[in-house]
Design a protein around this ligand. Structure first.
Ligand SMILES: *[C@@H]1O[C@H](CO)[C@@H](O)[C@H](O)[C@H]1NC(C)=O
Ligand SMILES: *[C@@H]1O[C@H](CO)[C@@H](O)[C@H](O)[C@H]1NC(C)=O
Ligand SMILES: *[C@@H]1O[C@H](CO)[C@@H](O)[C@H](O)[C@H]1NC(C)=O
Length: 456
């Protein structure tokens, strides 16, 4: 029987995308391997069909009925994953009728539930982490922290020591573990499953996070168990496709701007701000005098015409006054194409891990403005450890005032302080190229992973 690998991402575009890229990478290195991706459909997938080539098999799992209590993004997500377990089992059994299954690689978010099924079927289980090694370190260390503290992280107000990671303010811990609720429980459970997997794959590279990677490998994060092998295969990112169609206007506009002069603001697929915060950003950008390309999202304003939207959202006359040096686009821009444009001089980002890797691969220094999930922890890693970003400093309530925006934007584009960050980001861009080339650390990790499957 032919040999196959199954890849099972969580139903989130930001997880499906790097895992689909990883699937392509496996296929490139072992063309005879049959690769199957399981796509959960309970939360409709936004992965474009072009993301998965025909030589990778896609299995769409039937949608499951969610309980009425499934409200809010995390409930939806984890209920969908949990209730998908029978579908997962059925899909694996069907595939194993025709193939020898060498491994199932599930999203680390699926670990708590998928591991039960995969280990019951006696198939080697791997997880794919769409997060930084520094975040993985904090996740692996959660049971230790759970025993060390009795209070919620959000109420602690201490610096948390995690192996291989700079001290993390307790309020900067990943948002699902800030309070000891059901999400905390699930992450605690994910964390206790991880050491029992056959291997852990991380979308990062050695040079970017050498300390965190070493700490995990040395077993410092999980003192009670031997660590399974860690495969750092990144950066695995998807480039925006300019498939012969119209070049988006924002790229044409960038062509007319000087080299390394424009600051790009984009806050991920779910990064929207209050009206008040949008106004502060606008005022700050205007008074900074810098050039900017701003991807503005505001869900309540969907379905209105672009001009009405932007004008009613932004301070009066803002678009007119800044039209020579700024462009505001609604909702979306081809992020990797923008980051790789010569006119971009800096990136204001929500610190989602895919965005960070995309910026590193483009050699663009960042200004870290985290919003949700593990993004505040990422800011600490990016500023203090990787040294590829300057911090945006918010008030206690999370609000960022216009003077802070102005100061940081100027700093990012024109100050000497950002020179070292810019240089370091360029060094990391080169290091990423080396890591993914023949003999590089990420390429070697991929080869080792393939070898561990003893493929024919
Ligand atoms: C798989 O298909 C893609 C797109 O058609 C192609 O570029 C790639 O070379 C193929 N890979 C292998 C290993 O056949
Ligand atoms: C398995 O193989 C059988 C017989 O060759 C074929 O009819 C069937 O479509 C295959 N199923 C899958 C899931 O590939
Ligand atoms: C965590 O795992 C244990 C053991 O498998 C299980 O009994 C418990 O219900 C799990 N908790 C959650 C929230 O998943």
């Amino acid at each position: 029987m032919a040999e196959a690998i199954v890849i099972y991402p969580a139903p989130l575009l930001t997880h499906q995308t790097p895992m689909a890229e990883f699937a392509k990478l496996l296929l490139t290195h072992h063309p005879s391997l049959s690769i199957h991706i399981l796509i959960a459909t309970t939360i409709p997938s936004q992965l474009p069909s072009s993301a998965i080539p025909p030589n990778i098999t896609c299995h769409y799992l039937p949608a499951v009925d969610l309980p009425p209590s499934s409200t809010g993004p995390l409930s939806l997500l984890f209920d969908a994953i949990r209730l998908n377990n029978p579908n997962l089992r059925r899909a694996l059994l069907t595939i194993s009728n025709n193939y020898t299954l060498n491994a199932v690689i599930f999203d680390f978010f699926c670990t708590r539930f998928a591991f039960e099924v995969v280990s019951d079927l006696k198939i080697p289980a791997y997880c794919f982490c769409t997060i930084a090694a520094g975040s993985l370190s904090s996740l692996l260390y959660l049971p230790t922290l759970h025993n060390r503290f009795t209070e919620n992280f959000q109420d602690l107000n201490v610096l948390v020591d995690i192996p291989g990671v700079p001290p993390i303010p307790s309020s900067d811990m990943p948002s699902p573990v800030l309070k000891r609720n059901e999400w905390y429980e699930i992450f605690l459970n994910i964390s206790t499953c991880l050491p029992h997997l056959t291997g852990i794959i991380v979308n990062t590279f050695e040079c970017l996070e050498s300390k965190a990677i070493k700490a995990i490998r040395d077993g410092l994060c999980v003192p009670e168990y031997p660590m399974p092998p860690l495969y750092c295969i990144g950066p695995s990112i998807a480039y925006s496709t300019a498939d012969g169609g119209d070049v988006p206007y924002c790229l044409k506009w960038l062509d007319s701007q000087p080299s390394k002069s424009v600051v790009f603001l984009c806050f991920g697929s779910s990064g929207s701000f209050s009206m008040q915060q949008i106004k502060e950003i606008a005022v700050g950008l205007e008074s900074s005098g810098q050039r900017f390309l701003w991807v503005l999202k505001n869900p309540p304003l969907e379905d209105q015409s672009l001009d009405q939207d932007l004008n009613s959202l932004l301070p009066q006359g803002f678009l007119e006054r800044t039209k020579e040096r700024g462009l505001v686009v609604k909702s979306w821009a081809p992020q990797t194409a923008v980051l790789n444009h010569d006119s971009i001089g800096g990136f204001i980002t929500h610190c989602g891990w895919n965005s960070v890797l995309e910026s590193v691969c483009a050699g663009v220094p960042m200004l870290a403005w985290p919003l949700h999930a593990e993004q505040r922890l990422n800011r600490v890693l990016m500023v203090e450890e990787m040294k590829i970003a300057l911090p945006m400093v918010e008030s206690e309530t999370g609000f960022v005032c216009s003077t802070e925006v102005e100061k940081r934007v100027k700093e990012l584009i024109e100050s000497q302080e950002s020179d070292s960050v810019r240089q370091r980001t360029l060094d990391m861009k080169r290091a990423a190229e080396v890591a993914t080339s023949e003999g590089g650390s990420s390429r070697t990790a991929l080869v080792k992973l393939l070898e561990s499957w003893k493929l024919k």
